[in-house]
Ligand binder design. Structure first.
Ligand SMILES: *[C@@H]1O[C@H](CO)[C@@H](O)[C@H](O)[C@H]1NC(C)=O
Ligand SMILES: *[C@@H]1O[C@H](CO)[C@@H](O)[C@H](O)[C@H]1NC(C)=O
Length: 403
């Protein structure tokens, strides 16, 4: 029994660390009270950039925030700056794009390169924690999975950028930000407002995660996660989750700091002071239902909508006994795509990226650019000190070549 419990904990831990946090037992629980975003002031204007806060509502009532860095430090002409929308991964928020120095952070590099930069914050994270009529203490607030990010959050942000800038947008996604984009594009959502997309550490398929404990437990104990935690908020800093994680760290003699390496892969190029800043600001909550949906993706090896677990429930929600598939072959073949993946990435494994590329095999040859970075793991793509030279400059060239 205890063993099984630890397996569940292991799975949860893996997921909560899945983007790039090692679990930090000293992390102080954040205040869940919705406050206006101070991301601009905390992370951007201190470097001498202009930064504007935006707020936008989804059709299902979530009030999301976005930050805009409209131009580089030196200003420059305001004519026709092309917008770029940055979408973070799970358990973090948009601040991860601006945690390195201005010379090393993608958002600020893009602004200095002449782009109009927009940073999205997914529902449930600290700057997007409000709803028109639900409080985040209410479990109904947390009744969503990544399907809802595909249908609601992503199209809402794309619309916001289009309305404000009057232009189609380039897109950069990391981790879960790649999955929701691929799924959304495959359904044609706002595709007419997307100019191109750069996908870093793509995670459409998850069957080959090399985080061993994660694979085993995702396959075996899917149902029990919800039994323990309920179908509501999954806050890594909340008591039930953190108590279990601490128990795991203590009892198995696992150095939780090494979890970062064990779970995301060996990041080659993180700056220690950036990691400290990261741990002060992340992880962010998400919904348990979102985790369950991701676990289903690991288990099933295919991309489909959330499985309600019974024929009857699926029939009620979808009109079919199995949840509908996302067919990535439906992504318009001429949509310019740039994929960058790392040889050390334990979450976005090279085998799974190959599966993704196989699903994109009919994409127009000239429209699909693929980069393999042998030494990079999951976090290097955002926070790596060498990411500018290796990846970000490629993204800028890629965007600049689209007309
Ligand atoms: C690490 O980050 C600090 C704070 O942003 C910065 O001053 C320092 O130059 C960085 N080191 C490297 C090697 O990039
Ligand atoms: C969650 O929302 C779905 C509709 O998307 C609904 O069918 C279901 O009953 C809700 N679950 C809970 C626990 O409220």
């Amino acid at each position: 029994m205890l063993h099984r419990l630890f397996m569940i904990i292991g799975f949860v831990t893996i997921l909560l660390i899945s983007v790039f946090g090692s679990y930090n037992p000293a992390f102080v629980a954040e205040d869940n009270v919705a406050a206006p975003s101070d991301m601009c002031a905390t992370f951007v204007t201190i470097h001498g950039y202009k930064c504007h806060e935006y707020e936008v509502s989804t059709d299902d009532g979530y009030i999301l925030s976005a930050q805009r860095i409209p131009q580089g430090r030196v200003g420059g002409s305001s004519r026709n700056r092309q917008p770029v929308l940055l979408q973070h991964g799970i358990l973090v928020d948009g601040a991860t794009w601006v945690m390195n120095s201005a010379e090393q952070s993608l958002a600020m590099i893009l602004a200095d390169s002449g782009f109009d930069v927009w940073i999205a914050n997914t529902r449930g994270t600290r700057y997007s924690l409000r709803h028109r009529n639900l409080h985040s203490y209410n479990s109904d607030y947390w009744n969503w999975s990544w399907d809802d990010l595909v249908v609601q959050d992503l199209p809402t942000f794309v619309n916001l950028v289009y309305k404000q800038s009057g232009q189609k947008t380039h897109y950069v996604g990391h981790s879960l930000g790649t999955l929701i984009a691929l799924a959304s594009f495959s359904e044609g959502r706002r595709i007419d407002k997307i100019k191109s997309a750069a996908l870093l550490s793509p995670i459409a398929y998850l069957s080959h995660m090399t985080t061993a404990l994660g694979v085993v437990t995702a396959r075996s104990f899917l149902g029990e996660i919800t039994t323990i935690f309920g179908l509501a908020e999954f806050n890594p800093t909340s008591a039930p989750v953190s108590i279990f994680v601490k128990a795991l760290c203590a009892q198995r003699g696992i150095n939780c700091y090494d979890f970062l390496t064990a779970l995301t892969g060996k990041n080659c190029c993180l700056n220690a002071s950036t990691v400290d800043l990261f741990l002060k600001n992340e992880p962010q909550p998400t919904s348990t239902k979102n985790f369950v949906h991701l676990a289903q993706t690991v288990r099933d090896g295919i991309l489909r909508k959330y499985d309600y677990g019974s024929f009857i429930s699926n029939l009620a929600h979808y009109g079919s006994v199995k949840p509908p598939l996302y067919n990535l072959a439906n992504i318009p073949r001429d949509l310019p795509l740039f994929l960058s993946y790392g040889g050390q990435d334990a979450l976005s494994s090279t085998k799974d990226v190959e599966t993704l590329l196989d699903h994109l095999k009919n994409h127009d040859v000239g429209k699909l650019h693929v980069q393999y970075v042998k030494d990079f793991a999951h976090a290097d793509f955002i926070l790596g000190t060498t990411a500018k030279d290796i990846v970000f400059n490629q993204i800028i060239t890629f965007f600049s070549n689209q007309h």
